[in-house]
Design a protein around this ligand. Sequence first.
Ligand code: CP3
Length: 353
Amino acid sequence: DSFLEDPIRRPGPGEPSLFLRVLDGEVAAKPPVWLMRQAGRYLPEYREIRATAPTFLDLCYDPKRAAEVTLQPIRRFGFDAAILFSDILVVPDALGLPTAFESGHGPKLKPVTTAEGFAELHGEVDMGRLSPVLETVERVRGALGPETALIGFCGAPFTVASYMVAGSGTPDQGPARDLAYRNPELFGRIIDRVTEASITYLSAQLDAGADAVMIFDSWAGVLPRLEYERWSQGPIERIVAGVRKRRPGARIVGFPRVSGGQLLRAAESGVTALGLDIFVDPHWADSVLPRALPVQGNLDPKALIAGGRALDEAVDDIRGAFGRRPHVFNLGHGITPDTPIPHVERLVARLRA
Ligand code: CP3
């Protein structure tokens, strides 16, 4: 494969992954880097393959093409980690909830708001439905050298449940928050079903060859303390414990998009590392998080669009803040389609200079 000769790669082909060494506690002189949503529409080679699949979900369930788009950013930029190409909403889909992605409109699911609606879900996640995703993991792991880690993922129960309840994206997950207060018993059953499914699904991804898994809790930040503890922190702790019971030592990265005290709580959930979003001040985070806890993040995707001096300054500020702890460089949110490819190249070159 051509990317194995890419001169910007470190460590060399066949050497152990820097990303995994940092998750295991090493402070690297130059941080490993990958970008959330790194396989995506800012890449012409992604758009070309995306155009051959009728819907986004078809692409997620096509192991050959999903593996190909997972590998594209590794070939082009030599990132230290690949992330499985899929979506957090394949879990509700595999729980029997009809799930679709309409071009330009985001996800559409059949909303679960009543006991009758909940009764239509499968009792357990249908791993047959998810077998193409696991085949993608196997294919990607087989195609990568040991110097590139493969990250699997799922959504956190609150974030996934919020889409199941609303049936679509919303500005602030109002429908899920209302249901959680109005009918905590029903909301709790939805959360528990997703929690169990996530333990099964993440364990299967690790068995298929994922080197680490990440739990995306994009919406936890809408919850006040008591609700956060009940619907976000607790279920994530159960996932971490459940996966580690099956897979001792599993590396699990949390990505709680929360602020202040809840970030400190998230650091206590048992995760191996914590992903930080763009609203977390890296200097503050470094001063309050446990000294040995690896962090990941948290460049503003807008700085990557801007490029030039603004990009360099933002990159150096984050590196400076996390220079004395294990740090994986990443964005604080997904890369967007309007990002110029030369700016991604500039970022990687600066981190490795
Ligand atoms: O990081 C990666 O490249 C891995 C793949 C990945 C996708 N989604 C692919 C995707 C991951 C890790 C996700 C996570 C995800 N999905 C989250 C959590 C992180 C976050 O962004 O907050 C959430 C909330 C979702 C649900 C989801 N998927 C929404 C709301 C949308 C529509 C809006 C959007 O950003 O386009 C998606 C679609 C989606 N997921 C796309 C991709 C590449 C775009 C589909 C397309 O090609 O048109």
